[in-house]
Write a protein that binds this ligand. Sequence first.
Ligand SMILES: [Fe+2]
Length: 308
Amino acid sequence: MKFLTKLIGSSCMVPVFIFGISAYERTRIKREPYDIFSPNLPEEFNGVKVVFLSDLHNARFGKENERLIRAIREKDPDYIFVGGDMFVAKPGMTTDIASSLLIKLAKEFPVICANGNHEFRMKIYRYIYGTQYDDYVLRLREAGITYLENKTITLERNGASIYLSGLEIGRIYYQRGVVEPMDDSYLELLLGKKKAKNFHILLAHNPVYFPEYADWGADLVLSGHNHGGLIRIPHFGGLISPQLRIFPEYDAGYYEKSGSRMIISRGLGTHTFHIRVHNQPELSVIRLYRMSSSEGSEGADEKIEQME
Ligand SMILES: [Fe+2]
């Protein structure tokens, strides 16, 4: 009987422990630095700094997100890219927290946004959300923010250019428990052919399709969606994805495939399961470096030293 009481007592402590840790971790922003080297990057973009935000899900870091804004300001980025899911698409939920943050940032930095599954859900289910999505995008565009819905733009510096696309894939690719195969031609259908040689960044919310993004030819994919897998277990990674995959292959951090690289942000907020264990909200800080194809990793190290 004593053993049973102890067992019940200790198993009750597990959720208390998880929610206690989560309550603390969810408020702690962690800056994650990434250095990307590419021979396709024009010299004029060497050392460019990008802050990447994803999956805010209406989270607030201080009043009016002032702690998050301060953390971004400290990094003084050349661009802010946004990977989607900035709010929660549920009836009655607001888009004001996300728009207020992005509009404030746009006063100081160029901000370029792409959609996640939550923005897309709000956009297509008009019988539920009315014009809430259109109003949100209009507010951002009026503040000078570039909004990419399956669209590609050119970023220019001193006469040189790179490409940036915001990908918006269908709801079928976000099903729970299923990874719907993506047809070879799907990305070309949405974005057209990748332009040969030019460095091309793809904002693609769902990281599951990294092999398809790599096949299309993206030099750098910026992704989110998985919230780091909620609970991160050392040596195993994130426990579960929003599509209910246990230990998903692409959960957080840096990946490479066929010359393409992907950075998956652990995101900033949570929804539905408000859990983060060993999984602090992420502010991704990405530096781009040109590396000629003849340079090895030694050359890369030298370049970092020169830039610092
Ligand atoms: Fe998502």
